[in-house]
Ligand binder design. Structure first.
Ligand code: ATP
Ligand code: MG
Length: 427
């Protein structure tokens, strides 16, 4: 049988890369916990109707990117293409928003699935960290989330990102804008590509999201959304801008930023980069005040964002930011009659009492062969336990990363001896 391969666009994240992923996840988790966001874990599969009703029927995601299948019971299900819909479903279903005035901050992390054309920074299974806040209508929480994302870049050492913001206003102002766009683009209908011609009558705002460079000029000259905003929407946006300025977060107002999904109202924002080719969006979000009610819950304002982890990891690599390493402190080399149990115990004892990372050699072999493995493991020290050492209650300690002599250390003082070498201190 020929070797099986992974599904196109679905990647393995190999052991050499996972420390960076874990580090990124823990930095985000820490920043979120510091602001009262609680983790929520959600299914990867939902009813297809959930995505049709939330993301919108005439969006790229629902029209052509979803992995949809009929399960054995005959239900139409889809792999989640994004997290907000499932999160809102869970909040409603579990009655977390049932009480008047309920407010929640939640986050989740995990894989999302979209049948897109795979290329650098664009995959069919990719990972997002999603952040959502429910029950807070004001620009204060919009600002909280944007500042949080800004703090994340700062903490990670990523500088090649810029923030764009815009306001879509209320559903009424969005509708008014929609009509102005239809009038404008209808005049140039023949210049539009096929996708945009179709969108002209279904979802004209999406034309502004087009990545076709031939349309860039036409889009740049289209009417801008801010002219259609009502007073309350303008005030919301002005307050957000003031809060970002006060927090020292630089932004540009891009009046043509609309975002691909149907459910946004008021604030939308996107962190973009010019370091990842055509895939410029690293983190995107906005306010979706109507979605909870649209999915059957009580009228609840909400705001959230998602960041694409593959793209953040690519930015960390691009900026040559060192990845944390998970090398062992010690590699225990052992051989001899009756030493299996003592070796096991010694390794356990060092892990438990000193918190060291200790690999115990398994699989036998000569001392020479074992030492070769010890060296390849990246460990700082090889601990050598043979019959002679065991008889005298000691081990040989062989430094593997420095040109230092080997020493004989009594088992009773080994933890103290290793502590003196300052290992494990980088954690
Ligand atoms: P794009 O414009 O690049 O298609 P999007 O607007 O579809 O992005 P969102 O649905 O807002 O993206 O998802 C949030 C984030 O998830 C994006 O900013 C991006 O970093 C990441 N992302 C989206 N689609 C993919 C994908 N196919 N592969 C990898 N990351 C993705
Ligand atoms: Mg997309």
């Amino acid at each position: 049988m020929t070797a099986l391969t992974a599904v196109r666009g679905m990647n393995d994240i190999l052991p050499e890369a996972t420390p960076r992923w874990r580090d990124l996840e823990s930095v985000v988790a820490r920043l979120l916990a510091a602001r009262g966001y609680q983790e929520i874990r959600l299914p990867l599969v939902e009813r297809t109707a959930l995505f049709q009703h939330s993301i919108g029927e005439v969006t790229d995601i629902v029209e052509k990117e979803m992995y949809t299948f009929t399960d054995r019971g005959g239900d139409s299900l889809s792999l989640r293409p994004e997290g907000t819909a499932g999160c809102v479903r869970a909040m409603i279903e579990n009655k977390l928003l049932a009480q008047e005035g309920a407010a929640h901050r939640v986050w989740y992390a995990g894989p999302m699935f979209r049948h897109e054309r795979p290329q650098k920074g664009r995959y069919r299974q990719f990972h997002q960290i999603g952040v959502e806040a429910f029950g807070m209508p004001g620009p204060d929480v919009d600002a909280e989330q944007i500042v949080l994302s800004a703090r994340l870049w700062e903490t990670l050492g990523i500088s090649a990102v810029r923030l764009q913001i815009n306001s879509l206003g209320t559903p009424a102002s969005r509708l008014a804008y929609r009509e102005r766009l239809v009038v404008y683009f209808s005049r140039y209908e023949r210049d539009l590509d096929e996708d945009s011609q179709r969108r002209l009558h279904t979802n004209p705002l999406r034309i502004l999201d087009s990545k076709n460079p031939d349309l860039a000029e036409l889009i740049a000259a289209a009417p801008a959304l801010p002219d259609s905003l009502d007073g309350a929407s303008r005030a919301h946006f002005a307050e957000l801008c003031a809060l970002l300025e006060a927090a020292g977060v630089a932004y540009t107002h891009n009046p043509r930023l609309v975002r691909g999904l149907d459910y946004y109202t008021h604030t939308v924002f996107e962190w973009i980069t010019d370091r990842l080719g055509a895939q410029d969006a690293v983190c995107s979000g906005g306010r979706y005040d109507g979605l909870v009610a649209r999915l059957g819950g009580r009228e609840t304002p909400a705001v959230g964002f998602a960041l694409g982890m593959e793209r953040v990891v690519a930015l960390l690599e691009d900026a040559q930011i060192a990845s944390p390493q998970l090398v062992p402190d010690c590699y225990l080399v052992w051989a001899g009659e009756g030493l299996a149990a003592p070796a096991l115990e010694l390794a356990e004892q060092l892990r438990n009492s000193s918190g060291l990372r200790v690999i115990q050699h398994c699989g036998g072999g000569s001392f020479k062969a074992q030492l070769k493995r010890a060296d390849r493991s990246g460990a700082r020290f090889a601990l050598i336990l043979g019959e002679q050492e065991w008889a005298t209650g000691s081990v040989q300690v062989k430094p593997l990363r420095a040109d230092q002599p080997q020493s004989t250390v009594p088992l009773t003082t080994l933890p103290a001896w290793l502590a003196q070498q300052d290992i494990g201190s980088s954690r």
